[in-house]
Design a protein around this ligand. Structure first.
Ligand code: 5MM
Length: 340
């Protein structure tokens, strides 16, 4: 496979000191986010919110790519520019979430499997015409003393690898997203153990499906204690996460773009920063956050067009803090810096 064009897309996405904005919430997820600010999830409100995010002045200084939901790919900014074209004009690569969500995994109580492989190549051809250049697929793993079971680890790895192979065949850079969930009261060591098993299985499956590792990106969860346990320090999160990544992620992978997974915006920034302070790693360590970038902006917006400028400032501030963290140069005192 000639991966020249894919690697050009990867180069645009990994450029320093940027990360990715995940704005690919499916209808049930965006409805939950909107409910928290008392906004109804209509098509126009979703468009208006994405218009606030994607039009934020200065966003391109810290964000190299945005993951969109299918509906958003076909929507327009206030001045009628299709969102993917708006992003391209700003030097930001448009991407698309292509999985169809998770369902219970048959014969594996408590485990889940992500669907969406049927017809994927055809869908990608349509998304390409609409302007998308990379894709994303998320697998989720519940944690308990017995979960995830071996079937869930194997089948989700297989689906992620099949998705990645189809993406590369269709000229899309695949973001491979295995999320070990934060729910539960397990210790950080249990998350470490599960994340290591999951990533081993994912890279084994990617190898079997002949995926070009140079032309994909990984979007993992950080290694954290369950949310019912005491929080770990950024240094501890960084040490556990990097140890697992070094054991499992080949050096050919250009970038690791973390999800925030229920951390507060400041925690997600501090944890990324601590990892980048551990010294050079084989891969770029950056962010691909949804909640940890959008939460303060959503709270500022509250569905009122008069608040759009404040919401955009809040988004760009968080993106800037994370760009600093990508370089290991974030200090909590920067949260109050001028121009916010
Ligand atoms: C884990 O979710 C991804 C990263 O978001 P956080 O930084 O908030 O953890 C995110 O891209 C997610 O895949 C999308 O929001 C879509 O989620 P749903 O559940 O709607 O498919």
């Amino acid at each position: 496979m000639d991966t020249t064009q894919l690697q050009r897309t990867v180069a645009a996405m990994v450029q320093a000191p940027k990360g990715l904005l995940a704005a690919d919430e499916s209808p049930p997820t965006i409805a939950r986010r909107f409910a928290s600010i008392g906004v109804e999830s209509t098509e126009e409100n979703r468009r208006a919110w994405r218009n606030v995010l994607l039009g934020a002045p200065g966003l391109a200084d810290s964000v190299s790519g945005v993951i969109l939901y299918e509906e958003t790919l076909g929507q327009h900014s206030d001045d009628g520019t299709p969102f993917p074209q708006l992003l391209e004009q700003r030097g930001i690569v448009p991407g698309i979430k292509v999985d169809r969500g998770k369902v219970p995994l048959a014969n594996a109580p408590g485990d889940e499997i992500t669907e969406g492989l049927d017809g994927l190549a055809k869908r990608l051809q349509r998304y390409r015409e609409q302007g998308a250049r990379f894709a994303k697929w998320r697998a989720v793993y519940n944690v308990s003393p017995t979960l995830p079971g071996p079937l869930a680890v194997k089948e989700n790895a297989h689906a992620l690898a099949r998705y990645a192979a189809i993406c590369q065949q269709e000229g899309f850079v695949p973001i491979v997203e295995p999320e070990v969930l934060i729910d539960g009261d397990h210790a950080i060591e249990r998350c470490s153990e599960v994340t290591e098993q999951v990533l081993h299985a994912v890279f084994h499956a990617l190898h079997r499906q002949r995926v070009a590792l140079e032309a994909m990106l990984l979007k993992p969860s950080m290694v954290l204690p369950g949310k019912g346990s005491a929080k770990a320090s950024p240094e501890s999160v960084a040490r556990h996460t990097i140890a697992v990544l070094r054991r499992t992620v080949p050096a050919a992978v250009p970038g690791v773009f973390f999800l925030s997974g229920g951390q507060t915006p400041e925690e997600a920034t501090a944890n990324l920063d601590a990892m980048n302070r551990l010294g050079p790693q084989p891969w770029v360590l950056s962010f691909s956050y949804a909640r940890a970038l959008q939460e303060p902006a959503l709270a500022a917006w509250r569905g009122d067009p008069a608040n759009a400028a404040a919401a955009r400032r809040a988004l760009v501030h968080r993106a800037r803090m994370n760009a600093r963290a990508r370089e290991g140069r974030y200090e909590p005192a920067m949260e109050n810096e001028a121009g916010r």
